[in-house]
Design a protein around this ligand. Structure first.
Ligand SMILES: Nc1ncnc2c1ncn2[C@@H]1O[C@H](COP(=O)(O)OP(=O)(O)OP(=O)(O)O)[C@@H](O)[C@H]1O
Length: 300
């Protein structure tokens, strides 16, 4: 059973708004997948539907080939949501032990403490006395308590200091090496790039791109050569080059989209094309991603 998550034509409509719009994908065992996208793109809504916490308007979710609410799924699932609310008036250690007792094969307390960086002092503290960062560490321990095969993290590192963040990712990577499947949402391309095997990029409730970090970066950062020419240069001249993916004209300027802008320039000079005002855009990743975010804000 290689496919752990299967989503088929998932849609969620809140009043008039389509928060998630006809999304399908599947996730294989042992993959670390980042669901990346700007505010309001539909990441959390998708995650809540995957977890069975929100009913889809249309479409379906299968985890381990079963409905998310099935007992087998529950016992193999670990979740850390954005808002951490812990039970009050109980010591951290007691809360973790309580969670461990819910599962047939829980993770050992010592291992949980090592993996999450909780100190002896933290364990004996009452939950309402914890700082934001400490709460997230406890939430992480609770997500791991059942030694789950599938882990969901909704913006896991928000509010974590650098040490906690490093430990978090070290633990997550170790899990993936053991064959556990990890899904996390994030706003940060850098975090997705660094830690995920695969990025599913959400935009306005849809999957805008899906692939390895390198593929996604390439898609986001279209490189091109552009110029103005008084001559009619046939687009085919460029399109027949293997590294040119598109040619178009906009406001009197011709754009040659290519991964290899150097070769485009070389060909232009070799053929002695009469062009003026040549510009080469290497495509900054940050700019491209920011552009995506701004578009999203404008659309709201
Ligand atoms: N319970 C709800 N009722 C009405 N609208 C909602 C509800 N939950 C989410 N939405 C709307 O659905 C859209 C998607 O929201 P969602 O929280 O899934 O996005 P997100 O990508 O997780 O954003 P963020 O990064 O800000 O957490 C947004 O426009 C949001 O306002």
């Amino acid at each position: 059973m290689d496919t752990v998550v299967e989503i088929d034509r998932l849609t969620k409509v809140f009043r008039q708004k389509k928060a998630v719009d006809d999304v399908s994908f599947s996730i294989r065992k042992g993959e670390i997948t980042a669901i990346l996208g700007p505010n309001g793109a539909g990441k959390t809504t998708t995650m809540l539907m995957m977890l069975g916490l929100l009913k889809p308007t249309e479409g379906k979710v299968l985890l381990f080939q079963q409905h998310p609410k099935e007992r087998f799924v529950r016992e193999n699932l670990g979740v850390m949501l954005q808002e951490v609310s812990l039970m009050d008036a109980i010591k951290v250690k007691e809360l973790i032990q309580l969670f461990r007792s819910y599962y047939p094969q829980p993770m050992g307390l010592d291992q949980l403490v090592t993996l999450t960086g909780l100190s002896e002092e933290d364990l004996n503290r009452r939950t309402e006395k914890l700082s934001g960062g400490q709460k997230r560490r406890v939430a992480f321990a609770l997500a791991l308590a059942g030694n789950p095969e599938l882990l969901f993290f909704d913006e896991p590192t928000v509010g974590m200091d650098n040490t906690s963040r490093r430990l978090f990712w070290k633990t997550v990577r170790g899990f993936a090496r053991q064959g556990k499947t990890i899904i996390f949402t994030t706003h940060y391309l850098q975090e997705a790039d660094e830690y995920a095997d695969r990025i599913i990029l959400f935009k306005e409730g849809k999957v805008a791109a899906d692939g390895t970090p390198d593929t996604i970066k390439k898609e986001l950062t279209r490189q091109f050569v552009s110029f103005i020419s008084p001559d009619e240069i046939p687009a085919d001249l460029f399109l027949q080059m293997p590294f040119v993916s598109d040619v178009y004209e906009q406001e009197g300027r011709t754009y040659i989209i290519s991964d290899d802008t150097d070769s485009v320039l070389f060909m232009m000079f070799e053929k002695k094309l009469f062009v003026q005002d040549i510009r080469v855009e290497k495509g900054s990743l940050d700019e491209a991603f920011e552009h995506l975010t701004i578009e999203e804000k404008e659309a709201i």
